[in-house]
Design a protein around this ligand. Structure first.
Ligand SMILES: [Zn+2]
Length: 141
């Protein structure tokens, strides 16, 4: 797996019916922003200021049907010391998309989060480290 940057231009969006001081919710993002993804990319990641996920629990979110992720500009600090919280959050959301592609029968019901502290996708502190169990979920042999 590799990533090739296709574009990284700022995108101006007009979001209707929410005050500027309010965070952008996943519902509004999905209905008014996600469709502006980069059409030639396999995956578009939007870096979003003040984002709140559809379930109100997260500050970043993956939308597998659209192959789009929203990553908060300042995600919560749930990473191990020394790790870059933006990079880990970015990798976390990409992992969600890869799991949904590799495990389509589980996509609607399994988050892929686990309790293996220090490993990407952990419900505790996580890092950019990937263990064998996670690798088998995102890259099925
Ligand atoms: Zn997650």
């Amino acid at each position: 797996m590799s990533f090739k940057l296709a574009d990284a231009a700022p995108l101006s969006v007009n979001v209707k019916d929410i005050p500027l001081k309010d965070p952008l919710t996943g519902q509004v993002f999905l209905s008014q922003v996600a469709g502006q993804k980069y059409k030639n990319a396999d995956l578009t990641v939007f870096l979003v200021k003040d984002y709140v996920s559809r379930d109100k629990k997260g500050m970043s979110e993956a939308f597998p049907d659209e192959m789009v992720s929203a990553v908060a500009d300042d995600p919560p600090n749930v990473v191990l010391k020394g790790e870059d919280k933006f990079e880990v959050t970015f990798a976390h959301e990409v992992c969600h998309l890869l799991q949904d592609i590799q495990q389509p029968s589980e996509a609607a019901t399994v988050t892929g989060h686990h309790s293996r502290e220090g490993i990407l996708m952990s419900t505790g502190k996580e890092s950019s480290r990937v263990d064998e169990a996670l690798m088998r979920r995102i890259n099925v042999p």
